[in-house]
Every structure is written in structure tokens, then in C-alpha cells.
Design a protein around this ligand. Sequence first.
Ligand code: 6PG
Length: 241
Amino acid sequence: MKMETRNFPDLNALSRAALAELLRIAQEAVEQRGRFAIALSGGHTPTKLYALWAEAGKHERPMPWGRVHLFWGDERCVPWDDPLSNYRTARETLIEHVPIPVANVHPMAADLPQPEKAAEAYESELRKFFGGEPPAFDLQLLGLGVEGHTASLFPGSPALEEKRRWVAAVEVAAKPPRRLTLTPVVLNSGRNTLFLVSGSAKRSIMAALRKEPDSKPSQYPAGRIRPAGNVLWLLDSSAES
Ligand code: 6PG
């Protein structure tokens, strides 16, 4: 699969480069559309970026936090203060450290007893913010699982074939199994997408993605996210095949 990649010696360098891209995209979005809407990814890889963003937001070219809107690409169905919560991770590394208005933070209500209802509620929140069209996030951050998942779209998931809904409640082969995820309807509308991939555990899935022909749909969810907008893969040397 053809991919635009940039390689970095380690996760710190990768995160600094991701921050530079984020700040550039944020400035362009605020200038052109009056706001910067970003879909955050979960997992461990982006936490360094979030901490760097919180730090940079205080100094260089202070972020117009009143114009920044945080959304999530996926969320685990756990309480918000659970260590497995993607919201909790972003709150601890970023949100608590910056003056972003509460109304600009749009977490998925993944702790609701009925995930399907939470998925519908999040789609309504997206519609309220973006209007009727599938939302084009100014930036969507995505990670890569060792078996090729991204957001909480896992291999074989029916959500991969979703053509209408923007958010799906899914059961996945990972801990915790119940999650909410943006569907390809949204993720394939993004203006800018950054995949952040770090660690030797991701080496073989990166090699598998690279080996795939562009002529047919990828067998991996991450390979199925092919928005018309810019897609950039940031890899550290241990993930580079
Ligand atoms: C999640 C993420 C998921 C993540 C990958 C990589 O909720 O788990 O959104 O898609 O990005 O699993 O996770 P690591 O960064 O921890 O390797």
C-alpha cells in the first residue's frame, strides 16, 4: 500500500514532529474555518504528543483554546475515571493543563449502560457541531494495532462495512471488549490524518500494510482508512520495517 511516511529515531522525535503538524493544521483551520476540530486517538502512543501540546499551548504562539474542539476517534466502554478510558488519558496529559472551555471537550458517553444509545448520542453531537454532512475533522489522530486495527475498527468488524452511521458500538478482541468507534464514513472524510506508530511490535503489521497492493481493499482496518485529505504515517525506527 502506498503510504506517505516519515521516520524518526524515537517516540519523542515522532511526537515533536506530530506536534508541529498539529500546530500547523490548527492554525490553518482557525484561519480558514474559525475553529480546529480534532479527533483524538487512544492507547499509549499519542500521550507524549498530548503532553507536548499542553506545554506548547502555554508558550509558543499560544493556542486559541476557545477555538479548539476535542473529539475522540474511539472510546472504551468504561467509566471516565477508569485507567483504560481514552478520555481519562487525554484529561490527565492535556485537558487538565490547558484553558480549553468545557463545552469544547466532546467525550463519548461510553459509560452509558447501552453503548448503542451512546453511539447514537455521539452522532447527534457530531451533527450538531458539523451539520448534516459526514464530519470532516481538521485533524484525526489514529493509532495502529498489531493486527491492523485503528480506532476501534478491528479486522472482520461489521463496522468496517458501515455506510450510513457515523459512530458504532462494537465488541472487539481486546481489553476492554466493548467500545464506541467512529466508522469509516467519518474517518474517510478527514481533511488531515496522522497515524502515529511506535514500537517494534508494530513492525510486522507495517510491513504487511506496505506489501499490500493498492489495487484492492486492504485486509486491515487501518488500510481501509483512505480519506481524500492528507494522510501521513509517522513511524519511529523500531516500528519501521
Ligand atoms: C484505542 C485506540 C487504538 C490505539 C491502538 C494503538 O482506543 O486503543 O484508539 O486504536 O490507537 O490500539 O495503541 P497503542 O498506541 O497503545 O499501541
